[in-house]
Structures are given as structure tokens and as C-alpha cells.
Write a protein that binds this ligand. Structure first.
Ligand SMILES: *[C@@H]1O[C@H](CO)[C@@H](O)[C@H](O)[C@H]1NC(C)=O
Ligand SMILES: *[C@@H]1O[C@H](CO)[C@@H](O)[C@H](O)[C@H]1NC(C)=O
Ligand SMILES: *[C@@H]1O[C@H](CO)[C@@H](O)[C@H](O)[C@H]1NC(C)=O
Ligand SMILES: *[C@@H]1O[C@H](CO)[C@@H](O)[C@H](O)[C@H]1NC(C)=O
Length: 418
């Protein structure tokens, strides 16, 4: 999720006690029916994701807010409700933040200092995901200012006497790289207080993500980010070799491959490079995001769809032919906020992403699934951003989601050995 939308999230987050929530909590007995079971660790084989030796596909969603929401006793039930509803719609993969740096509700309040209450909230998210048969992609830092991010790390270093001017020092300053590595180590070696399983040993975690939507405007060549990814991928793997790892990219092309930059929307050059970053040893799969409604705001909805098709196709083809790794569509969405955008247009958009994913899977291609931005439960109006899906409210989209989840699960079964 990109800058503007994310920045206001924490600000808009208010603690609301709600009678409705209390009602939901009362409805949940301790012996809730267990839904789909989680398989083992997700791994890759060539351009496919596998679990216990079987090729698998995923239908997923983003819910960046789960740790924060779990940290408020009155809101915690919304995380359970969200994961239960998601599971009942056949969704099997969620992506969320495993960071909150500084600010009012920190996980890491200052370099190396952790807020145990917030960590317990993350423990709860992981255990609830497991209970509902949902895998988790956990992101370790934000490129943007929401929940601290690169800016907070740079600020911490400055307060401790480092001579750092731009937020891009995040990628190069040794003290800051040390802070980040310490965060990685602290999260990966955390022992979950609910399940007693170390995060690094928990198959509920699908993958770690180095950084949400990295960019480096001071070095558009991509080499600064490339060096950081090489160092950090090796560091993550030195602690945890069991889980998959991905960068967190939106998919923008850089200079490493002739002719690819023309595929970027609107001439975007972000200092990132889809090809070279995903070639780094330790990066197990590639990712793309898709927000043509903000990237190409003055294009028509039909033109945006054509862009998206092109965008998906070129990344499918590069992941397969050049990178030889699986691809996940880790964020896609369409806002209903701009004047004139309709639920039908959003449904067409979702339909197209799912058709691309399904076509790739059918043809044994690398696209392993899509995660829409973003899922909310009822009664979370403070987190609405125009992109949200409330399964019990956005019925037409919810029905598309449940159809694709059913098709994905049939595909899963058909690819199973024996
Ligand atoms: C990986 O895929 C190849 C080719 O499809 C297959 O022969 C092999 O058994 C697979 N390995 C695993 C571990 O699933
Ligand atoms: C796909 O993108 C390429 C590069 O920008 C462009 O040449 C081509 O016309 C696009 N195709 C479609 C169908 O938009
Ligand atoms: C979109 O708007 C920008 C300026 O706001 C303009 O330069 C560009 O030509 C427009 N593109 C289209 C396709 O209308
Ligand atoms: C696909 O298979 C994996 C592994 O068995 C499972 O965890 C996942 O829930 C399945 N996905 C769907 C949509 O059924």
C-alpha cells in the first residue's frame, strides 16, 4: 500500500469500545469448530509453491492492522472474526505487518526495546491464523512512514549522533543496518507466548518480507537497494532457513534489463529493479502489487484493466523464463472512493486478477495466487480506506472471492500426488 493511503492509518486509528464487539466475543465459545487445517512449511520447487510435496495455490488478503488491533483488549475479537470469516470464504493466506517502530503504539519503542504487550498481540495473530488454517506473510519494516518505517530508523540514528541526512541512509548506514538486523533477529527468534513455538519454527508463517514496497530515490540505478537486499537476505537466512523470503516489491523494473522500464506505469523509476533484486540468493519468490487506479489515475477503468493485464503478463513471463521462481500478487486493489468508481468496476478488476492467476496455474505457470488489499471485519470504520472489503457487506466481491477460493482449492486437490 503506497504512501498517501498508509500515512493516515495510525492517526485514524482510535480505540472504540463497541457493544457489537462485546456481542461477538460472547458468541465465541472456547471450543470453536476447527476449520481447514494448515499444511506444513510452504516451500518452492522451480516456479511452484509446494506443501508436503504437493503443488499448491493460494487465495489471500491483506490485513496489515492485525497486530495493532489485537493489542487493544476491546478490539482483539475483530482479528478472530476476520480470520474466521476469511477461512469460511476459503481464503488461506494473509499478509500483515510485524513492525511498529516508535510512535504511540510501538512494537519496537526504541532500537532494541520491545513492547511486550504488542509482541503478545502478534503472538495472538499468529496463533489465530494457525487455528483458522491461514498462512501469514509477515513484513519486517515499512518503506513509508506508516508505523514508523525507514524514517523512524533514520531518526533514531540521528538522535544517537549519526550524521544521516536522507531516509535512504536506511540502506547504507551501518548503525541503522544494525538496528534493522536486530529487529529481524528479535522477531524471528521470538517464542510465541500462546503456542510456545518460536516464530522461526512455525509453519503458519508462509514467508518473511524484507520491506514493504522499497524505493530508493537517491540511487535510481537500483544498486543501493540491491546491496541492502543481498546483505539482509543472507542475514535472514542465517537465522531462519526454514521459511521462504521475499523482498516486498511492487514490481517496478530498473535498468538491469534492457527494454523493461517501459512497462512501469507512468514512467515510474523508484530505484528498485524487479529483475536483479529477485535474482539475489535467498530471495525465494517474486512479488508484484497492482494499483492502476492510483498509478494511472486519469486513465479510464478499461485502460487500467488493460494495463493490469500487461503488468501481470510480463511479470509472469519474467518470473518463469528469467528468474525461475514463483510469483505472488501480494497486493491488488481498487478504491471505491474516487467519484465515478463503481462496485462493478472493482469486481471486474478482481475478476481479471483471479483469471490471470488461474490461467497461470492451469498452464503450470509461476503465479501462485493473489492477495487483495484489504480485508476488514464489520465495525472497523476507522480503518476504511476506500479499498476495503467487508465480506458480509460487499456481497458481489465476496462472491467472486469465494468462487475463486473454491476453484483454487479444487486445483490444489487435482495437483495432489496419489
Ligand atoms: C519438483 O518438481 C519436479 C518436476 O516436476 C519433480 O520431479 C520433483 O519430484 C519435485 N520435487 C519435490 C520436492 O516436490
Ligand atoms: C504492454 O506494455 C508495453 C510496454 O509499455 C506496450 O508496448 C504494449 O503496447 C502494452 N500492451 C498492452 C496490451 O497494453
Ligand atoms: C494524465 O494527466 C497528466 C497530468 O496530470 C498528463 O500529463 C497526462 O497526459 C494525462 N494522461 C492521460 C492518458 O490523459
Ligand atoms: C491449498 O493447499 C494448501 C496445502 O495443502 C492448503 O494449506 C491451502 O489451504 C489450500 N488452498 C485452498 C484455497 O484450498
Amino acid at each position: 500500500m503506497s504512501r498517501v493511503r498508509q500515512r493516515s492509518m495510525v492517526v485514524r486509528q482510535t480505540i472504540r469500545s463497541s457493544f457489537f464487539l462485546a456481542f461477538i466475543l460472547l458468541q465465541q465459545g472456547p471450543d470453536q469448530v476447527e476449520s481447514q487445517k494448515l499444511g506444513g512449511f510452504v516451500q518452492t520447487n522451480g516456479t511452484r509453491f509446494i506443501v508436503n510435496g504437493d503443488v499448491v495455490y493460494f487465495s489471500g488478503f491483506n490485513a496489515y492492522w492485525m497486530m495493532l488491533e489485537s493489542s487493544f483488549p476491546s478490539e482483539r475479537g475483530k482479528v478472530s472474526t476476520t480470520l474466521e470469516q476469511a477461512s469460511s470464504y476459503g481464503l488461506t493466506l494473509a499478509r500483515a505487518w510485524a513492525f511498529s517502530d516508535g510512535g504511540q503504539w510501538p512494537l519496537q519503542s526504541s532500537p532494541g526495546s520491545y513492547n511486550e504487550n504488542m509482541f503478545k498481540a502478534l503472538d495472538f495473530v499468529i496463533s489465530e491464523a494457525r487455528r483458522n488454517g491461514i498462512y501469514l506473510i509477515l513484513s519486517l519494516v515499512n518503506n513509508f512512514d506508516g508505523f514508523g518505517g525507514r524514517k523512524q530508523y533514520v531518526q533514531w540514528a540521528r538522535e544517537r549522533g549519526q550524521d544521516v541526512s536522507s531516509d535512504d541512509a536506511f540502506y547504507t548506514n551501518d548503525v541503522i543496518k544494525g538496528y534493522y538486523k536486530n529487529h529481524v533477529k528479535t522477531v524471528l527468534t521470538r517464542i510465541n507466548t500462546v503456542t510456545s513455538i518460536a516464530y522461526k519454527d512455525d509453519p503458519t508463517i508462509f514467508a518473511w518480507e524484507l520491506i514493504n514496497e522499497p524505493s530508493c530515490k537517491s540511487d535510481l540505478s537500483g544498486s543501493t537497494l540491491q546491496a541492502w537486499i543481498q546483505e539482509m537476505a543472507a542475514y535472514v537466512k542465517s537465522i531462519d532457513n526454514a521459511h521462504l523470503l521475499e523482498v516486498g516489491m511492487q514490481g517496478f523494473y530498473g535498468a538491469s534489463m534492457q527494454g523493461r522500464r517501459q512497462f512501469n506505469p507512468n514512467g515510474y523509476v523508484e530505484g528498485s529493479d524487479f529483475i536483479s533484486h529477485n535474482q539475489v540468493p535467498g530471495i525465494d519468490f517474486t512479488t508484484i502489487h497492482g494499483y492502476p487506479d492510483t498509478w494511472l489515475a486519469n486513465w479510464t477503468s478499461e485502460e487500467q484493466l488493460r494495463f493490469l493485464q500487461n503488468w501481470t503478463q510480463i511479470h509472469v513471463s519474467d518470473s518463469s523464463a528469467i528468474l525461475k521462481k514463483p510469483l505472488l500478487f501480494t497486493e491488488f486493489g481498487k478504491s471505491l472512493e474516487p467519484r465515478g468508481s463503481t462496485a462493478d468496476q472493482r469486481d471486474a478488476f478482481y475478476g481479471q486478477v483471479y483469471e490471470s492467476a488461474f490461467a497461470s496455474a492451469r498452464d503450470e505457470g509461476p503465479l501462485g495466487g493473489g492477495l487483495f488489499w484489504q480485508l476488514l471485519a464489520q465495525g472497523m470504520d476507522g480503518l476504511r480506506d476506500g479499498y476495503e472489503i467487508v465480506l458480509t457487506q460487499h456481497r458481489s466481491t465476496a462472491s467472486i472471492i469465494s468462487q475463486i477460493s473454491r476453484r483454487v482449492s479444487e486445483l490444489n486437490r487435482s495437483r495432489r500426488h496419489g
